[in-house]
Design a protein around this ligand. Structure first.
Ligand SMILES: O=P(O)(O)OC[C@H]1O[C@](O)(CO)[C@@H](O)[C@@H]1O
Length: 243
């Protein structure tokens, strides 16, 4: 894994956005895997700013989001549909029918998972996958203990993730308990992975990712087996680690 050290969150975000822009500009068609959470918000803001200044076209881009909560309608401000529209989709010329996010309100959630995975295959897989890192090592919503072979599936969120994400909701009781997520298997099939790690609370997770064993109890550890991963980490995340 390649590590890019940055002095702060803003620099991390600019570098990530520039890598994404480089891949978009150098492809005739590209499929991006997208993440939500607090970490990539500024990355999307830079992409939005670039669009305003340079009109970089997204007509040839398709996107697949990692995950969505089960039970939240698209218009709920905490749904990842809402998040993506707010931070990114409404800011660039990405055709709506080229954006894919799991439907957490599907009648048949198992069928939804299979259809999502099939759609990724029809797009020849993900070219560039953007990831954040959970404090417990989760990637997407793949919690500790998830099989490395899993593809898109339904998960019960751990208490640690529910607590971490409660900051976005009115109260912890409102955080959904389940989600649909691309699996570790789906993520590992991406051709290139960009992992963003920011903030002191990610110290231990980053240290474990770089120095720990590959272990299903720490989902992100599997990234050590992928041949094209770049970690972009800010100084707060690196501080107090042995990196
Ligand atoms: O960027 P954050 O908010 O720290 O979250 C880290 C990861 O956790 C998730 O929000 C899921 O809980 C992912 O979407 C994200 O990549």
């Amino acid at each position: 894994m390649k590590l890019i050290r940055t002095t702060n969150h803003l620099e991390m975000s600019k570098i990530a956005a520039n890598i994404i822009l480089d891949r978009i500009k150098s492809s005739s068609h590209i499929t991006l895997g997208l993440a939500t959470g607090g970490t990539p918000i500024q990355t999307y803001a830079h992409l939005a700013q670039d669009y305003q200044e340079n009109q970089t076209s997204y007509q040839h881009v398709s996107t697949f989001n990692l995950d969505e909560y089960i039970g939240l309608p698209e218009e709920d401000p905490n749904s990842y549909h809402y998040y993506m529209y707010k931070h990114f989709f409404s800011k660039v010329n990405l055709p709506q029918d080229q954006t894919f996010i799991p439907n957490g309100l599907a009648q048949d959630l198992e069928a939804e998972c299979q259809a999502y995975e099939e759609m990724i295959k029809q797009h020849n897989g993900i070219d560039l996958q953007l990831l954040g890192l959970g404090k417990n090592g989760h990637i997407g919503f793949n919690e500790p203990g998830t099989s490395f072979d899993q593809h898109t599936h339904i998960v019960s969120l751990t208490q640690s993730t529910i607590q971490a994400n409660a900051r976005f909701f009115d109260s912890i009781e409102h955080v959904p308990r389940h989600s649909i997520t691309m699996g570790i298997g789906s993520i590992m099939e991406s051709k290139e992975i960009l992992l963003l790690v920011s903030g002191k609370e990610k110290n231990q997770a980053l240290n474990k990712l770089i120095h720990g064993q590959i272990d299903e109890q720490f989902p992100a550890s599997i990234l050590n087996r992928h041949e094209n991963v770049t970690i972009i980490a800010d100084e707060d995340a690196i501080m107090d680690t042995n990196i």
